[in-house]
Ligand binder design. Structure first.
Ligand code: A2P
Length: 350
């Protein structure tokens, strides 16, 4: 008989948290009870759980909230994860964390179920969900890596405002409305106006002049592929799109893989949908991929400037596969592998 699981979503009022609840319900995740947590500000409010009108009452997240909870999906920012994920593990709860807080910690697997499900096998209680831009890129690159090896990846991203959560969505809506109503507008979430603009900055700048988002793509890709020889360089831009990140990816392989071979491999790959018929004007578009589960790839071309290279255009819903869906798939994999238990409750307690 299946174990009865109590599941919590932490950050349940946010853009990703809401999608996590929706995805758990849609996929009939085997939970006997689902609880919703957010900050003190939201305690007592309600959030939808599924399409049938069911709602959950939001509870304030507290240090003792995890008693009796088997599995918690976190999407409440890095500070909340840093503080509360170790407390959850200490209470015997397995955490799937969508923030960046634990991704590069060697104690925490960084998992995309289509790519490295076996990394879950020896987890210590906290499993990290990768950055949204990294998830969609590695889902497409893993089958290419397995077939031809990868030397180097050059990626440019075009990222939606929902990546910044509800506040990013509100900022674009407000600026567009201000401009159409001939009102002055000013940025508050982003460093510059996002409406009708493109910002070549996501997150803060690091000492090497790359942004934190760009370095996440570099470091997380290497960790997920578990291959320190893969070289990655990234430029990340924020665009005035609500949902779906798009990426132009150039990949140099070890062995020659022609575009038509790559197209055939990707057509069979888990979690990937090929939309690639340029003559008919068929390629992935954010507006069409929004709300969908797969990672879409098109514009698959031989890179004619090098011997072994491909160019790809990759689009996925950043809130779904880039965050909530990937977290729920990790949870499903934990259940399937019978790994919803904490071996040592003190691993993250200093
Ligand atoms: P709240 O709505 O009560 O502020 P988003 O990324 O869309 O902005 O959402 C962030 C989520 O994280 C929200 O659900 C937010 O709850 C939650 N959150 C932020 N700070 C905390 C905190 N200190 N404790 C618990 N939840 C938090």
């Amino acid at each position: 008989m299946e174990r009865e699981l109590t599941v919590a979503v932490v950050g349940a009022t946010g853009a990703v948290g809401r999608e996590m609840l929706k995805t758990l319900a849609e996929r009939a995740f085997p939970a006997t009870k689902v609880k919703a947590f957010a900050s003190e500000r939201s305690a007592g409010t309600r959030v939808p759980f599924g399409e049938d009108g069911t709602e959950l009452v939001v509870e304030e997240l507290r240090e003792d909230s995890f008693k009796g909870i088997d599995l918690a999906l976190f999407s409440a920012g890095g500070a909340t994860s840093t503080k509360f994920a170790p407390l959850a593990v200490h209470a015997g709860c397995v955490v799937v964390d969508n923030s960046a807080a634990w991704r590069m910690d060697p104690r925490c697997p960084l998992v995309v179920p289509e790519v490295n499900p076996d990394a879950l096998d020896n987890h210590n209680g906290i499993i990290a969900n990768p950055n949204c831009s990294t998830i969609q890129m590695v889902v497409v690159l893993k089958p290419i890596y397995d077939m031809a090896g990868i030397k180097r990846i050059v990626v440019s991203t075009y990222q939606a405002v929902s990546g910044t959560g509800q506040k990013g969505i509100r900022e674009l809506e407000k600026q567009v409305s201000d401009i159409f109503n001939m009102r002055e507008t000013s940025p508050s979430v982003y460093p510059c106006q996002i409406a009708f603009n493109i910002l070549p900055q996501i997150d803060i700048f690091m000492d090497n002049d790359y942004t934190k988002e760009e370095m996440k793509m570099v470091n997380e890709t290497v960790k997920i592929l578990a291959d320190p020889n893969v070289r990655v360089t990234a430029t990340c831009a924020r665009v005035p799109v609500f949902y779906c990140h798009a990426e132009a990816v150039n990949v140099e392989t070890d062995k020659k893989l022609a575009a038509r071979e790559a197209r055939a491999i990707l057509a069979q790959a888990p979690g990937v949908r090929v939309l690639d018929n340029p003559r008919e004007g068929i390629y992935p578009l954010p507006l069409e991929c929004s709300g969908e589960d797969p990672v879409f790839v098109g514009r698959i071309r031989d890179d004619e400037s090098i011997d072994n290279g491909l160019n790809l255009w990759i689009v996925a819903d950043n809130v779904r596969k880039g965050a909530a869906l990937n977290a729920v798939q990790i949870a499903e994999e934990l259940v399937r592998k019978n790994l919803v238990h904490v071996k040592n409750r003190d691993v993250f307690i200093d």
